[in-house]
Design a binder for this molecule. Sequence first.
Ligand SMILES: *Cc1c(COP(=O)(O)O)cnc(C)c1O
Length: 393
Amino acid sequence: MKHKNIGFNSKLIHGGGFEDALGSATVPIYQTSTFKFKDADHGAACFAGESDGYIYTRIGNPTISALENQIAELENGFGAVGVSSGMAAVTTIYMALLNQGDHMVSSAAVYGPSRVVMEQHFSRFGVESTYVNTENIEEIKAAIKPNTKVIFIETPANPTMAITDLEAVAKLAHENKCLLVVDNTFCSPYLQQPLNLGADVVFHSMTKFINGHADIVGGIIIAKEEAYYKKLRTMMINMGCNMDPHQAYMVIRGLKTLGIRIDRSQENAMKVANFLEKHPKIEWIKYPGLKSHPQYDLCCKQMKGFGSMISFEVKGGVKAGKVLMDNVELAILAVSLGGVETLIQHPASMTHSKMEKASREAAGITDGLVRFSVGIEDVEDIIADLDQALAKI
Ligand SMILES: *Cc1c(COP(=O)(O)O)cnc(C)c1O
């Protein structure tokens, strides 16, 4: 690879090694569903895997490959598989790595639909699952059964901001012949590289930080080893949850500024967190960059920065939280996260509303919890907006 020894931000611009016959400086959109074979033998060789020519866009496409190669490099994996959404990444992973009769252990505070699709749908096909507070390694240990095949971790967890020690869980997983899968959406490879900490498979909702502009939905799976990469790619192709070339092009464009976007948004988040922590109307706040975060030391060890996601509860619970959400003017009241714009939402009635209330409570997702995704606006404006909305309570 031409750019092997360049830094992370340089890889965001030049990584992946894309080149085409016309010398295009950026990756073009190959908006085609199918590709011409040179002759019948070439077509047969492509299908036999003896030629690396493209066949059909569900199977592979140069724009999508450029993105896959770039992200595989950023996460230090063998290869990456682009998929239509973050949830397509989750279901492809479950389908590829779990069989009937297998068991999975996962974080109680995992992204709502990652849990719903397992508990309500994969359970129909005989896949079992147990959800525990994975920040406590003893709880994971206790949940592992003889048929456990996958440990599925989200760290920081959504929306509790609980941190799981990836090196420790990777060791535990491998001692028990399990694979460690990590949802790295909240960090992006800029802040955390789970494969380097021992994970086997990592995935992202690229809808969030990687694309970063709230204008597409997309997902990607990165495998450390060739065998799992091939399994995952075959599953994506057969299930048909491929990316679209235009979608991949948008992500490649957004990805270039990942580093500077996160630098700015986490700098803003630190200031917003300090403001909220001192505010008399705030009951509690969880942000990995605050010394009050129960796992502050682990955050410092495992993550290269603290990110831009904050959870907090206003005094007065749900009712007061609603007043806050109804009165912000700069922040947008919307789900999703990791974009250039500041977003606010209420997990118990929005992103995590399909989860059982008891499961939500066990995971620490209280009814009053507000999730705040800090954008790259002027931080004075974000704080002034929160200040005026909190004054209305
Ligand atoms: C959004 C999100 C997903 C799902 O991604 P989609 O692109 O919305 O399908 C999965 N995990 C986390 C942590 C997320 O934030």
